[in-house]
Design a protein around this ligand. Structure first.
Ligand code: UDP
Length: 330
């Protein structure tokens, strides 16, 4: 039986496919290639180009393949864009997941692990954040992800579907082999943007706000390596396949770095001065997000291996330096 990875040509999806195949699993990938790249899909995975809002295409896939579980990454994921174009997020993330669940229920596929986000919490009541803490998103991206969690829960009650929601903190880094890495167009994430400076593609990095209530005034985030996230998906799917109940897990390192600290580490790793310019705040950004991942460690047996930011940024730098245009030919 195979595992279906939706959004398996994207950043976290493609890394999860590599880990699944390394673990000897049979993998089917589906992706509409709107933000993902065909070249990011592991050559041993069977590939379907489809949009999850296309129920006919999903039905055909579920008829053709013997799927034991789904890992669902197919969603829009930019905080800033979700504030300027919220309906895109309702359409792709909520409507897309609704069509997917309909097709899964009809085909008797009843296990799903999916990408949720730290953005479901909004401005946290305290850090590190526990899964039981208040969820009150401050941006539309987080709102749609929280609604996806709720949708799964209601479908579970009605149809017996079992799900695990993984609330990622800040995914970063690249596959240690250098075969795949992060590539978004346009790029919005902090670490790849910083690395565009030593790569000669940008003069300086903008720091979005230095008047937050943090030690140096810049936002604090919990950066977690993409390979560690990938491993958590496999553990979560195996947990469901062994009969585990619906669950929600935070995935982070439990350590926060400010935007200024991240830039300092990147200066150290690359040996480049990386000029930084203080700019206005970005809409929807909470001041501080740091995970408690104790539950994933205890229940799933998750063991993040990349717990220092220098190593994480070094893997990202190795990828960006050798692929300055991502998966596109230079
Ligand atoms: N950020 C920044 N300059 C940039 C991109 C991001 O200062 O060019 C900040 C952003 O405001 C946030 C942090 O870096 O506080 C991480 O942002 P990113 O978009 O990487 O991830 P997010 O936290 O939104 O998931």
């Amino acid at each position: 039986m195979a595992i279906l990875v939706l959004g398996g040509a994207g950043y976290i999806g493609s890394h999860t496919v590599y880990e699944l195949i390394d673990a000897g699993r049979d993998v089917v990938v589906a992706d509409n290639l709107q933000t993902g790249f065909r070249a990011a899909v592991h050559p041993k995975a069977r590939f379907y180009q489809l949009d999850i809002r296309d129920k006919g295409a999903l039905d055909t896939l579920f008829q053709a393949e013997d799927i034991e579980g789904v890992i669902h990454f197919a969603a829009s994921s930019q905080v800033g864009e979700s504030m300027s174009d919220p309906l895109k997020y309702y359409d792709n993330n909520l409507h897309g997941t609704m069509v997917l669940l309909k097709s899964m229920v009809e085909h008797g596929v009843d296990k799903i692990v999916f990408s949720s986000t730290a953005a479901t919490y909004g401005e946290p009541e305290r850090v590190p954040i526990l899964e039981t803490d208040r969820t009150q998103p401050t941006n539309c991206y987080g709102e749609t992800k929280l609604s996806m969690e709720h949708m799964m829960s209601w479908v579970s009650r009605a149809h017996g579907l079992k799900y695990v929601a993984l609330r990622y903190f800040n995914a970063c880094g690249a596959h240690p082999s250098g075969a795949i890495g992060e590539a978004h167009d346009p790029e919005t994430h902090l670490i790849p943007i910083i690395l565009q400076v030593p790569n000669g593609q940008r003069e300086a990095v903008s720091v979005f706000g230095d008047d937050y209530p943090t030690a140096d005034g810049t936002c604090i985030r919990d950066y977690i390596h993409v390979t560690d996230l990938a491993q958590a998906h496999i553990l979560a799917l195996d947990y469901l396949l062994k009969g585990g109940e619906n669950n929600v897990f935070n995935l982070g390192n439990g350590v926060g770095f400010s935007v200024k600290e991240v830039i300092d580490v990147a200066r150290e790793v690359t040996g480049h001065p990386i000029p930084a310019v203080i700019s206005p705040r970005r809409a929807g950004d909470p001041a501080q997000l740091i995970a408690s991942s104790q539950k994933a460690i205890d229940v799933l047996g998750w063991q993040p291996r990349y717990n220092d930011l220098n190593t994480i940024i070094a893997t990202a730098w190795a990828w960006h330096r050798s692929h300055p245009h991502g998966f596109e030919e230079g």
